[in-house]
Design a protein around this ligand. Structure first.
Ligand code: PLP
Length: 401
């Protein structure tokens, strides 16, 4: 029996069974669907990409996996070298893991231990954002601000170690004033808060965050598991404002294999670099640096550069703005667009009840949640396919009137 994610198993409707997938399309027995969700925002090159498939096959002929404890290999070294040269500033030190949640755990652990190694033992607190989502493991739930996890509050009460603030400069300045000597880090999903409802905010907030973090010696962590690789219309938000620790996941492997990376800057790395063995970072996921994942990630980055994906993303943004121009409905609270992400927030979640099936019948796979209907398409989508996705979203409002 499969226990499905985020579902009340008693009432869930059965999932669509996929029998094949290619390009932006998912195939069920009777339908051909454009995947407007990119399999949780990861499949940026589409499915069954010949070069990505080939990269995996080539690695597979050597070996699928070896552990990184005491062993290393060419694919992980090449990926780490590539990330080091490709990522901005001195974000040069790559710690691999098997999922975004774990990579965030590693980032939070790095930030805490960085200060414990320096004997600044009062720095036990984390600053985070309201509506934040950083993963489903316990520490990431604590740092996140998701109602789905309120059972944890019920069990343990509110965390004494995490402060949540809205994306407002004044609130941030107040929090720094009050807590700066107890904070080890400030973690954010930069510019776009995904699972918290596709909430978008201004870069000026992050610029000020960088200033405050530098002023008070608080480590700035960008969780770019969702925003990385172009989703916001920037290659990485870290290209605009430089964090101390960057977390990448989801699109890292083009959606082929679960893998993630926590990238530290020199200052953080040096906080662990010591003669004392107890200053080492004690973490090591079994499948970190998996050879198949690294080889496909490397090829994914190569495609991203070679085929000018940033231009593709800007084209998606342009078409999205054009198609949504003048569209409104009294049931809609706000339409938000940024890069290759669009979200229609409605006042009442009932408004989009039934949309998933409507979209299915119109040849689009969509997965609205709470009050949010959204699309985060694969970047290889063609104009007519994107138009179809957006028109299906709009048509729901006329069809359900
Ligand atoms: C999806 C997501 C995660 C968790 O990644 P998993 O691979 O699902 O563990 C963490 N942070 C953000 C911003 C995400 O969108």
């Amino acid at each position: 029996m499969i226990w499905y994610p985020y579902e009340q198993m008693k009432t869930m409707k059965s999932p669509y069974e996929i029998i094949d997938a290619e390009g932006v399309y998912l195939y069920t027995k009777e339908q051909k669907l454009i995947d407007s969700v990119s399999s949780w925002w990861s499949v940026i090159h589409g499915y069954k990409h010949p070069e990505l498939n080939q990269a995996i096959e080539t690695q597979l002929e050597k070996f699928a996996h070896v552990m990184l404890g005491g062993l290393t290999h060419e694919s992980v070294r090449k990926l780490s070298d590539k990330l080091q040269s490709w990522l901005p500033g001195d974000l040069d030190y790559c710690f691999f893991s098997d999922s975004g949640s774990v990579a965030v755990e590693v980032a939070l652990k790095m930030a805490l231990q960085y200060y414990m190694n320096r004997e600044e033992t009062q720095r036990t607190m984390v600053l985070a954002l309201k509506h934040a989502y950083h993963g489903d493991t316990f520490k990431t739930m604590e740092v996140g601000d998701d109602e789905d996890y309120h059972f944890v509050l019920k069990a343990h009460g509110k965390s004494k170690n995490v402060i949540h603030i809205p994306t407002e400069v004044e609130a941030m300045e107040q929090a720094f004033e009050e807590y700066h000597d107890r904070l080890n880090c400030f973690i954010v999903e930069p510019l776009l808060q995904g699972a918290g409802g596709m909430r978008m905010y201004d870069i000026s907030f992050l610029r000020r965050a960088r200033e405050l973090c530098s002023q008070y010696g608080v480590l700035l962590i960008f969780d770019e598991v969702a925003t990385g690789f172009g989703r916001t219309g920037n290659r990485f938000v870290a290209d605009l404002v430089l964090p101390d620790i960057l977390v990448l996941g989801k699109a890292l492997t083009g959606g082929y294999i679960g893998h993630a990376v926590t990238v530290a800057n020199r200052k953080v790395y040096e906080g662990f670099y010591h003669d004392d063995p107890s200053h080492a970072l004690m973490h090591g996921p079994t499948f970190m640096g998996n050879a198949l994942a690294c080889s496909v990630a490397l090829k994914s980055i190569e495609l991203f550069e070679k085929h000018n994906y940033m231009a593709k993303i800007h084209r998606i943004e342009e078409i999205t703005h054009r198609e949504m121009q003048g569209f409104s409905d009294p049931r809609i609270k706000e339409i938000r667009m940024m890069g290759a992400c669009i979200c229609i927030e409605v006042y009442d979640s009932d408004t989009i009840n039934g949309y998933q099936q409507f979209a299915y019948e119109h040849g689009v796979f969509s997965r609205p949640f709470l009050n949010y209907m959204y699309a985060m398409v694969p970047y290889v989508i063609k104009e007519y396919e994107l138009v179809k996705v957006l028109r299906t979203m709009k048509e729901w409002f006329s069809a359900s009137r």
